[in-house]
Design a protein around this ligand. Structure first.
Ligand SMILES: Cc1cc2nc3c(=O)[nH]c(=O)nc-3n(C[C@H](O)[C@H](O)[C@H](O)COP(=O)(O)OP(=O)(O)OC[C@H]3O[C@@H](n4cnc5c(N)ncnc54)[C@H](O)[C@@H]3O)c2cc1C
Length: 463
């Protein structure tokens, strides 16, 4: 029987970060991934000459999270340029404008709010898990422009469907990080090495330090005995019988780091080993209505489409036909290799309530409207050379960052009653956005397992 110090389940941002960090610390580590690709939800695939980054667009790390993990394991995460110019569609006037026109803030008020935020400790922000962003803002300003700007940025980062219903703590953590690390309200970048290479770099960091990454290797169950982790089971080649119970390879370990999101973690971790209240927390967060869902549209054109800068991210609170909040950018301007020569690949999304994700009629009809709206905002999109529609729901972007669904209201990263079982997922207790949040969740678990902070990460906030 093979034995490892740690088995990591999943090779997405969290699993690869955990694997690379543990291997660097000299632990024997095996990362098991059920799919054929690295990157999990943020994988990159090719389709008729177009490279689509299904679940990864921009990375929101000022430098202390995923970027630092790369540095620590001897790799470099390249921060590709994204234009500071952000066109915003004005749905009342039916035209584009710049974010500066749309959110005309009183500069003195804005500076006052930023100062208050920077002077608020991470621990104080933790106290805001049950309240919304607007409550925090109105304690510091009555300027509607400042309130609108903060809420707009929160819609954009967390893709919340209702702008007034953002968690204060989760959003202010990210805003504080960006102000402190980058001196700007919102910072994001395109990975200079491309999304597929990004994950390969982390996998290489793991294997170069003696770790192993196995693709096409699904863990069917965690083996737990007497409240201790004993190993994982990996079914052998599935037979031809439906629902066949196949032979299993047993891998011994005293530590499992699961990176499975709340929606499917209980398929692998036996629920009856967990306390009822803890699995109830998981099931509560896994409800459809708490999924961050959207309609993803990829359109290629002959003509370039942008307003002020080819590398801009443009956004809106309501598109002209479906009335959905959303975003648009031209991926081939970020990474020219993502489209055939002379073609332009555009990525756009319209956020829908998670509760609508299973309603096929709603999805189809809303897609038609959304696409029509995109054609009004950018007429060149009315003549697509190539297009793909994807529903982002299963898996979702994440669990919605609303009050009572973040921070202390999420299941802890350490199983409360089982030695050696960790949950490094951005859907569990964690802070940040997307892949950076997943990487920070991994850092939290790795440090907890190792029993101390890793050198160089003293200033990095995680949970
Ligand atoms: C369409 C879309 C767009 C997004 N855009 C962005 C963005 O622009 N920026 C950003 O930062 N984030 C974005 N995100 C969010 C980001 O993709 C996720 O937050 C992040 O990838 C989560 O990483 P993870 O490692 O926690 O989980 P996952 O990526 O979900 O990794 C879990 C892994 O476990 C594997 N697995 C499942 N079951 C098993 C099993 N039984 N055995 C072994 N392996 C198993 C899965 O195949 C998967 O690879 C987006 C997400 C989506 C869906």
């Amino acid at each position: 029987m093979t034995k490892y110090d740690v088995v990591v389940i999943g090779a997405g941002a969290a699993g690869l970060s955990a694997g690379a960090l543990l291997a660097k610390e000299g632990k024997s580590v095996l990362v098991c991934e059920k799919g054929p690709y690295l990157g999990g939800r943020a994988l990159a695939v090719e389709d008729q000459g177009y490279k689509i980054n299904i679940g990864g667009h921009l990375i929101e790390d000022g430098g202390s999270g995923l970027t630092k993990i790369f540095e620590h394991v001897g790799k470099k995460l390249i921060h590709g340029e994204v234009s500071a110019e952000m066109p915003v569609w004005d749905h009342e006037k039916g035209k584009w404008g710049s974010i500066r026109d749309r959110y005309a803030t009183d500069k003195t008020e804005l500076k006052k709010v930023i100062k208050a935020l920077v002077n608020t400790s991470w621990e104080e922000l933790d106290q805001w898990d049950d309240r919304n962003l607007r409550d925090w803002l109105t304690q510091h300003t009555s300027d509607q422009g400042v309130i609108d700007l903060f809420e707009f940025l929160a819609v954009l980062e967390c893709l919340t469907d209702q702008p007034w219903d953002h968690s204060a703590s989760d959003n202010l953590f990210v805003r504080k990080m960006h102000y402190e690390e980058r001196r700007m309200a919102a910072y994001s970048f395109w990975p200079g090495q491309g999304w597929a290479q990004l994950w390969q770099d982390l996998a290489d960091a793991c294997t170069e330090n003696g770790g192993e990454v196995r693709l096409n290797t699904a863990v069917s169950r965690a083996i737990i005995e007497d409240r201790k982790v004993k190993g994982v089971a990996i079914p052998q080649q599935a037979g031809i019988l439906r629902n066949e119970i196949s032979e299993e390879e047993i891998i011994e370990t005293e530590c499992i780091i699961s990176t499975l999101p709340v929606w499917n973690v209980l398929d692998v971790i036996p629920e009856d080993e967990l306390p009822d209240w803890y699995s109830a927390q998981i099931r509560h967060l896994a409800q459809d209505k708490f999924r961050v869902a959207w309609l993803g549209l990829y359109i290629a054109t002959d003509e370039p489409v942008h307003l002020y800068n080819p590398r801009e991210l443009s956004t809106w609170v309501k598109d002209p036909v479906a009335g959905l909040p959303g975003f648009f950018f031209t991926q081939s301007n970020m990474d020219p290799s993502s489209a055939p020569e002379g073609k332009h690949l555009h990525v756009m999304g319209g956020v829908i309530p998670g509760s609508k994700g299973r309603d096929k009629k709603y999805v189809r009809e809303t897609f038609d409207k959304f696409e029509e709206g995109m054609g009004i905002m950018h007429p060149a999109l009315q003549k697509p050379l190539w297009k793909r529609r994807t529903l982002v729901f299963d898996p979702a972007f994440g669990v919605i960052q609303k009050p009572y669904l973040v921070g202390q209201f999420r299941p802890h990263w350490r199983a409360p009653n089982i030695d050696g079982l960790y949950f490094a997922s951005e859907t569990f207790k964690s802070r940040g956005i997307g892949v950076d949040r997943a990487a920070r969740a991994a850092l939290t678990c790795v440090e907890d397992y190792l029993g101390g902070r890793l050198p160089g990460f003293e200033e990095t906030w995680r949970y």
